[in-house]
Design a protein around this ligand. Structure first.
Ligand code: FHN
Length: 485
């Protein structure tokens, strides 16, 4: 009898595996790995927690305004604003001479903010190269400034221990072979081949010039022409990885052969981490499919490059951004805050103030962000929880009016065992917290009440409590009597 049951189970297993295998579409250019990368470079990426993005190029000169008119659209797209002619825009580089630019100062500020990595725009959609590329004249070498800005950035940030990622736009409005649409005629096709060669050359050039860079951050890869080149782009990816072992590339680089981007036809993540979270955050782990991911965020609503007028939209506060950073890390992601320096190379005072606010908080409470991941606790109204090894960090954004923080601990998966809070302390004061039983609800979930002392309650900022959970036998805690209703 036992044998028959075993046989039935085995057959069911084989059948369900077959139907699973049947549903998967065979792909040559889909995901080349299922699940996360496990090497040291990617582990380092995973632990960054907080990063800085910098959008800087010739668009910083007009800063969203031209001849007394203001564009409300993203300043780095100013060439398409209709307020400037293409010719005027394409000649702006002749005045690019950012005398206030001080890469070391930028890197110091990023370090103070707590950034562990920076993503720098080597070339945005306008095609202007911030490094002296030998494949075009439209570069920093032909400006009055002349010096290699990418090198200055890489050296300065590297010296501060901040890892550098090179942003590279596939869209290039300056290259004559660039096309958003799939080329049709023979001459269009030939021209597009020159663009592909150019793009490949520039990418290999960047990796050769800046070996300290840890990865390429691709953008502008949504054009149908680029999507159609799935096979070629895939082989270019191999070439880049070979040229630069350990290279990290996100999901914006290439599509699969069916034109699926970010995740392939089978739903598997393409390349090393999910790059879909731009100016928005996921809400649950379930949405993330177990993948690594980053979220890149602007300080105003949608300005990446320098815009002179920041009165146009809400400007996020340091605590808005800290909350997003903690939330991202509680869902296993990295959070990256964008800066848009002006045409002279100065970081605007508002950004400096915000960076300082974030940095001051991170200096005290960064343990809740760096190297952390989602915790065993479920999401609770007071804020977000993160975890590193056996320490859980509770970052409180909504202070309870009664000074008592109610924390729901998870249910143990082991029979007759429950979770208790063994130790708790406030990260900013390093003082132990008073923890009392907070009862149990009808589902059997157990709560603890943590008293918030006056010195923490009066702080005008989020605070972190570090707790250690322990599993004990139910009997050790004492019985909780449910009301009879
Ligand atoms: O069009 C760009 C935009 O200007 C900016 O660079 C952002 C940054 O992620 N990426 C593109 C929009 O997705």
């Amino acid at each position: 009898m036992k044998k028959i049951i075993l046989l039935i189970i085995l057959m069911c297993g084989i059948m369900s595996f077959q139907s699973y295998a049947k549903e998967r579409v065979p792909l040559t250019h889909g995901a080349h790995r299922i699940g996360k990368r496990t090497d040291a470079e990617m582990q380092r990426w995973r632990e960054y927690g907080l990063g800085q993005f910098i959008h800087w190029g010739v668009y910083a000169i007009p800063g969203g305004q031209w001849n007394g008119k203001t564009s409300t659209y993203a300043a780095e797209w100013f060439r398409t604003s209709g307020l400037i002619t293409k010719d005027e825009y394409d000649n702006l580089y002749k005045q690019f001479n950012p005398t206030a630019f001080d890469a070391k100062q930028w890197a110091k500020q990023a370090k103070q903010m707590g950034a562990k990595y920076v993503i720098f725009t080597t070339k945005h959609h306008d095609g202007f190269c911030m490094w002296p590329s030998k494949y075009t004249d439209y570069t920093i070498a032909n400006t009055p400034y002349k010096k290699d800005i990418v090198k200055e950035i890489v050296d300065a940030y590297d010296a501060e221990g901040i890892d550098v990622y090179l942003y590279f736009s596939i869209i290039d409005w300056n290259h004559k072979g660039y096309s958003s649409k799939v080329p049709e005629t023979e001459s269009e096709k030939a021209l597009y081949e020159t663009f592909k060669d150019f793009t490949r050359n520039q990418l290999l050039e960047l990796l050769a010039n800046y070996p300290a860079a840890k990865g390429l951050w691709f953008d502008g890869s949504w054009d149908s022409a680029w999507i159609k080149e799935a096979a070629w782009v895939d082989s270019l990816g191999d070439e880049l990885r070979k040229a630069h072992p350990g290279l990290i590339i996100g999901s914006r680089f290439r599509a699969d052969e069916n034109g699926k981007r970010h995740v392939d036809t089978n739903g598997d993540l393409i390349d090393d981490y999910d790059q879909r979270f731009e100016r928005n955050l996921p809400n649950t782990l379930a949405e993330l499919g177990g993948n690594d991911w980053d979220c890149v965020m602007t300080i105003p609503e949608n300005q990446w490059g320098y815009h002179r007028d920041w009165s146009l939209t809400y400007i996020k506060t340091p605590y808005d951004l800290i909350e997003m950073a903690v939330k991202a890390n509680s869902l296993d992601g990295n959070f990256v805050i964008n800066f848009g320096p002006d045409g002279n190379g100065a970081i605007r005072s508002e950004e400096t103030r915000i960076a300082k606010g974030i940095g001051d908080w991170m200096a005290v409470n960064g343990a809740a962000v760096y190297g952390t991941y989602h915790s065993v606790l479920e999401k609770q109204d007071w804020g977000y929880s993160t975890q590193k090894d056996d320490i859980t960090y509770l970052t409180v954004f909504n202070k309870p009016m009664n000074n008592i923080l109610k924390v729901k601990v998870p249910k143990s998966k082991e029979k007759d065992m429950i979770y208790v809070i063994e130790k708790a302390k406030f990260v900013s004061t390093k003082k132990a917290a008073v923890v009392k039983d907070g009862g149990q609800d009808k589902t059997g979930s157990i709560y603890y009440n943590i008293t918030i002392p006056a010195e923490i309650q009066r702080l005008n900022e989020p605070f972190v409590i570090e707790i250690k959970l322990k599993q004990v036998n139910k009997g050790e805690k004492g019985a909780y009597q449910q009301a009879l209703t």
